[in-house]
Design a binder for this molecule. Structure first.
Ligand SMILES: Cc1ncc(COP(=O)(O)O)c(C=O)c1O
Length: 393
């Protein structure tokens, strides 16, 4: 319980939800069409327009994890194949590879960009490598001018994990359109949210057709057409699929979130600039400025706390921020820090030293478009006073 004069807890990643979303969800509920239906179709069309692709190249699903999983299956990736990815990502990226039946292989990140290092990718390619799953971490684009040629030279399927990168661009091209597949997340903390949700963008219409079937049990027709008012249609199970379809209630939120994606990006850019200026004199590392001719998605704003320089450990800093009622995040402890992966693949954190160091030093500050100027100033004050504590454990 907060003391009456204490400021309320600033929840990390709290989304900005407008009246339009609330009205649209209400309308869905009143229409009694809750499942996959016309609003999902509209959300797919709007998303395709935002990405300047055809609606035949997108498929809405119920998470980015699902998008990654069925992209790999649609591409024919399975047991015996190796898939290269980054150790500095959320577990979902690696788990989706494992669920496809393939073996994940890690390639360390670049210490500045925190994205997968193309040189490390090339060093890990074997005769079994079939694909790479790259992550535009925090919204910063990967080095696509190196990664695309590597994928072409070695005939690898290129999958972009765009969970952080809906607005991201590299040399004028939009994230998710470089590879064979782009997979997006609309989880609650993401720049566009549907509560839970995801989208697949595929270069090939055939891949999208297969992904749509895989997302609904492998049925030949989707359920909303089956139950439409032009009569009952038989469906046939063409393969053993999954239950990964998006609901209209989710799409109702997404339609209005997507309409505000650019306004919210501008708000986060202003917060990024405020943080960059405010922390200039502090003994911490701030994120590198976006590279020339790229567009950062501004999904996460992260500081690196090196206890030798800052005089306080990262974990102590997290506690200090929480004590000041500021929600913080860690994106991410490197994948080899987790016991499951150590046990299963024998990975050790120090085999991927850049990801290990970043994972042990990184802190994500509140960065939602919902933050007011007063909130931003509160975060800045809390960072400064937490660092001033300099109480090492
Ligand atoms: C980099 C990355 N990949 C994948 C995912 C999985 O997204 P979802 O929660 O929509 O399945 C996340 C979600 O947090 C993520 O941050």
């Amino acid at each position: 319980m907060n003391h009456p004069h204490e400021e309320k807890f600033l929840v990390f990643g709290s989304p900005l939800i407008g009246e339009e979303e609330i009205a649209e969800v209400t309308e869905s509920l009143r229409s009694c069409w809750l499942g996959t239906g016309p609003k999902v179709a509209r959300f797919e069309r709007d998303f395709a327009t935002y990405k300047s692709v055809s609606e035949k190249n997108v498929a809405a699903v119920n998470s980015c994890t699902a998008a990654l999983h069925i992209s790999m299956i649609a591409a024919g990736i399975g047991p015996g194949d190796e898939v290269i990815t980054t150790p500095l990502t959320f577990a979902a990226t690696v788990n989706a590879i494992i669920h496809s039946g393939a073996t994940p292989v890690l390639a360390d990140v670049d210490p500045q960009t925190m994205n997968i290092d193309p040189g490390q990718v090339e060093a890990r390619i074997t005769s079994k490598t079939r694909a790479m799953v790259i992550v535009h971490l925090a919204g910063r684009p990967c080095e696509m001018d190196a990664l695309v040629p590597i994928s072409q030279k070695h005939r690898l399927i290129l999958i972009e994990d765009c969970a952080h990168a809906i607005e991201t661009e590299h040399h004028g091209r939009k994230a998710g359109t470089f590879g064979d597949f782009g997979c997006f997340s609309f989880y609650v903390t993401k720049n566009v949210t549907t509560g839970e949700g995801g989208m697949i963008l595929a270069r090939s219409e055939e891949h999208i057709g297969r992904a749509k079937i895989l997302a609904l049990h492998g049925l030949s027709r989707d359920a909303w057409r089956r139950f439409s008012d032009d009569g009952y249609k038989h469906y046939y199970v063409t393969e053993c699929g999954f239950k990964y379809n998006m609901m209209d209630i989710q799409a109702a939120i997404g339609i209005h979130q997507l309409a505000r994606v650019e306004d919210n990006w501008i708000k986060r850019e202003a917060i990024w600039d405020s943080y960059q200026k405010a922390f200039e004199d502090l003994p911490v590392s701030r994120p590198a400025s976006p590279a020339k001719n790229t567009r950062h998605g501004y999904h996460l704003y992260t500081l690196l706390i090196d206890s030798a320089k800052a005089g306080i450990s990262r974990d102590r800093f997290l506690e200090q921020m929480t004590a000041r009622h500021i929600g913080v995040g860690v994106h991410y402890l490197s994948i080899p820090e987790h016991p499951y992966y150590q046990r299963t693949f024998g990975w050790r954190p120090d085999d991927y030293p850049n990801a290990m160091r970043i994972g042990r030093q990184t802190v994500s500050l509140p960065f939602s478009a919902k933050l007011t100027e007063t909130d931003v100033q509160r975060v800045i004050r809390a960072v400064r006073t937490s660092l001033a504590e300099k109480r090492e454990q």
